[in-house]
Design a protein around this ligand. Structure first.
Ligand code: EPU
Length: 419
């Protein structure tokens, strides 16, 4: 277990570059299965979750080559269509290979991903969609088996706009016979990136980014190698913007698509954070006069659940009381207890956290329970008066490429301690 020791109170200053998006890269890697050939992905972030997805592809029999931020995947040699329990346990997003394996091989078997720290996260919508495409699904002894000689296009209406279910069904439908329509689809930018990659490969998809996606099925012979550059990580960029605001810093975050950050920027504006938006960069000049704002997490283009903990860290120092309501995951307030140890005044009532701004936070011995909770604790520690120790930073490494190096280059003082 590694930990961060953070000396707070330093204003961050300088330029920080955002890496490629984790949540776009994971489905892109899964999509490589479909073309039974070579694909190249540039700007892939060097993260633990991305490494697990590469391991998973190699476990299935693919050849994977990684050179800095470029990953080459050759899936022509895939032999297996079974995902082990171990890989499923290491990363929930392993379930993203289901649709592509089923589409290409007509069969997939995987262990059921259990609940995780942030919620129960069932798979019912993924499976319902695959069933509507004609797959026979069996759920036995904690394993799911899906089979279909060839999937058939269908009209699928999702009960809620699940990101993972939209991606899995989209990938499965690429090689289905006929047209598939996904209604009430998730609209996240990562889904648009997946559509763009698959279309480069020869798929025929329109509508990603809206709530209706249409996929005209093609055959394996229509698919060809594709080269793609991943979009910037909007959640990483958002975390940096809040880091600048919470330390009253002067930071330019580069490699961003400002439109993807608009749900966060709207709230930062309301909270009185000063920033200027360029074509592919955003400069924050923290003025220390944060105003309380209410936030409700929603699917894109609503406020992202993946930015809720970081925003809570900022609002814990605001002037006034903010109400933060989490509607996506049922267990995403685990950072609250840790922030309270740092002097924050936060009370949880059901789905909402009532955050009364305090004058200052102080250092404490705390623990990261999950990725975004961990990021939020780093931000709180950067603003705290004295030293903080954060245990279990492995969670943070799942989604941020050496966060301590990036922030130290801006003047933070973070030491990674190997136990
Ligand atoms: N849901 C169902 N049934 C399903 C699928 C989802 O009820 O079959 C529910 C979930 O339990 C949850 C809601 O739908 O309450 C939304 O879940 P969604 O499927 O959209 O989430 P996901 O695909 O599992 C992705 C990101 C998460 C991010 C969410 C929401 C990836 C790899 N993960 O998860 O990212 O929080 O969308 O935006 O893309 C993170 O990066 O820290 C992270 C957790």
């Amino acid at each position: 277990m590694q930990k961060f020791m953070i000396v707070g109170g330093n204003r961050l200053k300088g330029i920080i570059r955002t890496s490629g998006s984790k949540n776009a890269t994971l489905p892109l890697l899964a999509a490589c299965i479909l073309n039974a050939g070579k694909s190249v992905i540039h700007e892939a972030p060097r993260l633990k979750d991305v490494a697990v997805m590469q391991d998973l592809l190699m476990y299935l029999g693919a050849k994977v080559n990684c050179d800095r931020n470029t990953i080459e995947v050759d899936t022509s040699s895939i032999q297996s269509v079974e995902i082990s329990e171990d890989l499923m346990r290491r990363m929930r997003a392993s379930n993203l290979v289901l649709g592509a394996l089923l589409g290409r091989f007509g069969r997939v078997r995987t262990s059921y991903p259990g609940g995780c720290q942030i919620g129960s996260r069932p798979m019912n919508l993924h499976l319902k969609g695959l069933k509507e495409l004609g797959a026979k699904i069996q759920e036995k002894f904690g394993y799911i088996t899906a089979e279909a000689e060839r999937l058939r296009g269908a009209d699928i209406h999702l009960d809620l706009p699940s990101v993972g279910a939209t991606e899995n069904i989209l990938m499965a439908a690429v090689l289905a016979e006929g047209v598939t329509t996904i209604r009430n689809a998730a609209k996240e930018p990562e889904i648009v990136d997946l559509q763009n990659f698959l279309n480069k490969m020869g798929a025929r998809i329109v509508g990603a980014g809206t709530d209706t996606i249409k996929i005209e099925g093609v055959t394996q012979g229509d698919l060809k190698p594709a080269v793609h550059t991943v979009i910037p990580d909007r959640i990483e960029a958002g975390t940096h913007l809040v880091a600048a605001a919470i330390t009253e810093g002067d930071v330019t975050v580069t490699n961003v698509i400002p439109e993807h950050l608009e749900p966060l920027l709207a709230k930062l504006r309301e909270a009185n954070v000063s920033f200027t938006v360029g074509e592919d960069q955003i400069k924050v000049q923290g003025n220390g006069k944060i105003k309380a704002v209410d936030i409700k997490t929603m699917s894109y283009p609503g406020f992202p659940t993946d930015m809720q903990p970081q925003m809570m860290a900022l609002l814990s120092l605001a002037d006034g009381t903010s109400i933060i309501t989490e509607t996506i995951f049922e267990n995403r307030f685990k950072h609250v207890g840790e922030m309270r140890r740092m002097g924050a005044d936060i009370k949880v009532e059901g789905q909402s956290a009532i955050v009364k701004g305090v004058e200052k936070l102080s250092g404490a011995y705390i623990e990261a329970s999950d990725l975004r909770a961990g990021a939020a604790l780093v931000l709180a520690a950067l603003a705290a008066e004295d030293g903080t120790v954060i245990e279990n930073v492995a969670h943070i490494d799942r989604g941020y490429e050496r966060l301590e190096l990036k922030y130290n280059a801006l003047g933070a003082r973070i030491i990674r301690v190997h136990n």
